[in-house]
Ligand binder design. Structure first.
Ligand SMILES: [Zn+2]
Length: 274
């Protein structure tokens, strides 16, 4: 499953590939990818004639900003986009094709078929699913240590499941939450509202830096063909605890352990994160 840094990399790459392109027609080869409008013919006809003015990210959703509407796409497990000439052969597992007026096409492939697309009128996208209930973006300027501190007040759950809850805050998946808690020297089972102000400040910095460094690592290898997972190997370079069970902590040389917290495999250093 791609996490925020991977989706951000996909969004930045898409920006270089599809900005200002006008949709001439849309092919939907697998209707189940389309959630809204429920009528696939309507989905196609709404998009025809609209130009992509911006590509943005909200949580792990990709937003294509059009003239009248927003196309909201989630890659789920294995969704991926590629831009092709219309003459190029259509690969297996291609489910949706946006044909542009310049003879190129944006193709959506998804082996697992879990990805989704919603078209919402521009300006209404925050008021309805799927973006409605999402918490703050960790890389927004508005996400400050003070905001995080107020968010943690009265939260008596363990910190890791709380940080994974997208209604609490978006963008942290299982990998980067372990990395951020390691950097902040916080045990993943620590009760959220018992963190000190100093720990909250360090946690805030850790979350932002962990995500930013992963984005920087991904951003250095932008290619003309993008996917949400192909660059995972590169992101692994910045990982210090995730997937490192039995290896030595880079800070104190204690063995990294793996436990289950809130149903999720969790890696941490028992010495650094007491
Ligand atoms: Zn350690």
């Amino acid at each position: 499953m791609p996490e925020l840094p991977e989706v951000e990399t996909v969004v930045r790459t898409l920006r270089t590939l599809v900005l200002n392109k006008k949709i001439e027609r849309v092919s939907v080869l697998l209707p189940r990818i389309i959630r809204r409008p429920a009528d696939v013919e309507q989905f196609k006809s709404i998009l025809v004639g609209q130009t992509i003015h911006a590509v943005e990210r909200r949580a792990k959703f990709i937003k294509f900003i059009l003239d009248q509407d927003v196309l909201i796409s989630h890659l789920r497990m294995e969704g991926r986009y590629g831009v092709y000439q219309s003459s190029e052969e259509i690969e297996k597992h291609t489910h949706v094709i946006f044909h542009f007026t310049d003879g190129t096409e944006l193709r959506y492939r998804d082996v697992r078929q879990f990805g989704t697309m919603d078209v919402i009128p521009l300006g209404k996208e925050q008021e309805v699913e799927p973006l409605k209930k999402l918490g703050p973006e960790p890389l927004d300027e508005a996400f400050t240590p003070t905001l995080l501190s107020s968010m943690l007040q009265r939260k008596t759950t363990k910190i890791k499941p709380l940080l994974l809850n997208q209604e609490f805050m978006v963008g942290l998946g299982n990998i980067y939450v372990d990395e951020a808690l390691f950097r902040a020297n916080i045990h993943p089972e620590r009760v959220a509202n018992t963190l000190t102000n100093q720990q909250i400040e360090i946690l805030h910095t850790s979350i932002v830096q962990t995500l930013q460094e992963a984005i920087d690592a991904g951003g250095s290898s932008i290619k003309s063909y993008v996917n949400g997972q192909g660059e995972m190997g590169m992101f692994q370079q910045v990982l210090k605890v995730y997937g490192k069970k039995g290896e030595l902590c880079p800070s104190c040389s204690t063995e990294i352990v793996k436990i289950v917290v809130g149903g999720r495999g969790t890696h941490f250093c028992p010495s650094c994160q007491k």
